[in-house]
Write a protein that binds this ligand. Structure first.
Ligand SMILES: [Zn+2]
Length: 484
């Protein structure tokens, strides 16, 4: 069946949403983190995780269960919820991760999909073909078609009250990801994982990841709930959410713990290099670094606490319209993450299409702030304004003799502020006195937009030493006056 995913609020392409699951009164509230449960590893059981973290939904691997006679027979008799001893939505993966890792698996699509339905999985995943990002185009094209036909076949083999996951493949080719998104959507699947992006995330190729996700999202359309498969590090959750991903799964909490690594929202520490725990979770409040270093289970619990806290922080940021400020902070954690953020800002029409008009105060905190969708939207709107006569464009502190017909305030990075709108969003922004070059360059883009429709006006810009890189972009017809 197809469920109605409801978006309640958005910020950029990020959204707070509700994903109904048949058989459960409460919808999954997104963005949601799905802890990955490996039923073979009891370091932290599903029931322990539910008790401590109250997740919206879990994910486990049907292929791992199917491979073990003991787990398989218990899952068939008690259901996957009985096997895991939980009563909340459970998503199952199919073995395509193992396919990507080991090159083959010993079960067919119909067989594993039927098994997932038989054990009562709430979200069933077909065996998609995870095309690596650097595979040749012909391979990517062929594999995405196979994946689509497996989604279609899966629908025939599952009970009607199961949700179907429709993975989007296409390798590193934007038009293939776009087409895969459109075709996956046409299958009528219920949620849409963006597949085979783990190699991009492991290699910190966040700029390429952004392109791949944007292309897939364009194909899927705005109403499709999207799962970023394998996005387990909290450092990148804000970027994933800003791209419009609604579900993330985390195996990282356990994998990193086994490897003696401590997650934070801004990066990772090795336990042998950390003396002081920079975290307020109950584990870190009650234990010291030496204790955590010797206890995988405590470390895994800390890792999950920071992961869930980051998801809550992101949800709150979307609620109040400050996700870009959070993303700005997170993108300072690593240059490659900053590259991803900058790449996202270049997708201005994509962001603008989803962004909402009114938020809490716009905070200008970096050169990236100059390229936020609110700034671009203001520039597009300025193209529809017309001014006439002798027009002075000047910042609020600049005063010239009163020989102009009209005065418009200039506020970098927005540029000209239409009369009467200076207290409205986003022009009411908090902006530092010491601005970077990008703010002035974007203000000039605003002036260019206003001059576009104002062919009968004579515009004068009065400025206090704006950088040449900005002034050089002014149309020749605009006069400039430098004011000390
Ligand atoms: Zn902690």
């Amino acid at each position: 069946m197809t469920v109605g995913f409801e978006v309640r609020q958005s910020d950029g392409a990020a959204r707070l949403g509700d994903l109904p699951v048949p058989g459960f009164d409460q919808p999954i509230e997104t963005p949601a983190l799905l802890p990955v449960i490996n039923p073979n590893i009891t370091m932290l059981s599903a029931a322990d995780i539910v008790d401590e973290f109250d997740p919206e939904v879990l994910i486990t691997n049907a292929y791992v269960i199917y491979q073990s006679d003991e787990l398989k027979s218990k899952a068939l008799s008690e259901g996957v919820h009985g096997l895991l001893d939980v009563d909340l939505p459970v998503m199952t993966d199919s073995g395509s991760f193992q396919l990507a890792e080991y090159g083959s698996i010993s079960v067919g699509n119909d067989e594993i999909v039927t098994f997932q339905s038989a054990i009562g999985s709430n979200i069933v995943t077909p065996v998609d073909l995870p095309t690596p990002p650097d595979a040749p185009r012909s391979v990517a094209n062929e594999e995405l078609s196979t994946t689509i036909s497996r989604i279609e076949a899966a629908r025939e083999h599952i009970d009607t009250d199961r949700l179907l996951s429709g993975p989007v493949q296409g390798g590193g080719y934007h038009e293939l990801r776009h087409r895969a998104g459109m075709r996956a959507r046409q299958t009528g699947a219920d949620i849409y994982p963006i597949g085979a992006v783990v190699p991009l995330m492991e290699a910190y190729r966040f700029d390429t990841l952004v392109d791949v996700v944007v292309a897939a999202k364009r194909g899927l359309g705005p109403d499709a709930p999207v799962h970023l498969f394998g996005a387990g590090h909290p450092m990148m959750f804000a970027l994933a959410a800003a791209l419009g991903c609604d579900l993330f799964d985390s195996a990282a909490y356990a994998l990193y713990a086994r490897d003696g690594r401590y997650l934070t929202p801004t990066g990772t520490y090795r336990m042998d290099e950390i003396d002081f725990l920079p975290c307020a979770c109950p584990i870190c409040a009650q234990h010291d670094a030496v204790t955590l270093a010797g206890n995988e289970r405590l470390l895994a619990r800390h890792n999950l606490h920071v992961s869930f806290a980051e998801v809550r922080r992101i949800k709150q940021a979307i609620r109040q319209g400050s996700l870009f400020e959070l993303l700005d902070i997170r993108s300072r954690s690593h240059p490659d993450l900053l590259d991803g953020y900058r790449r996202l800002l270049q997708h201005d029409t994509f962001l603008e299409r989803h962004d909402r008009a009114i938020k809490s105060t716009f905070m200008y905190v970096s050169a990236e702030s100059a390229h936020r969708p609110e700034v671009n939207r203001h520039h597009w709107r300025l193209r529809d304004w017309t001014v006439e006569g002798d027009v002075l464009l000047a910042s609020s502190g600049i005063h010239l003799e009163d020989r102009y017909d009209v005065r418009w305030e200039i506020r970098p990075p927005f540029g000209p502020v239409p009369p009467g709108l200076d207290h409205t969003y986003p022009l009411s922004a908090e902006i530092p006195d010491r601005l970077d070059t990008a703010a002035y360059e974007q203000a000039v883009e605003g002036i260019r937009a206003l001059s576009h429709g104002s062919t009968d006006a004579h515009l004068t810009l009065a400025h206090g030493d704006w950088p040449a890189t900005a002034l050089d972009r002014l149309p020749d017809a605009i006069e400039t006056v430098r004011v000390e």
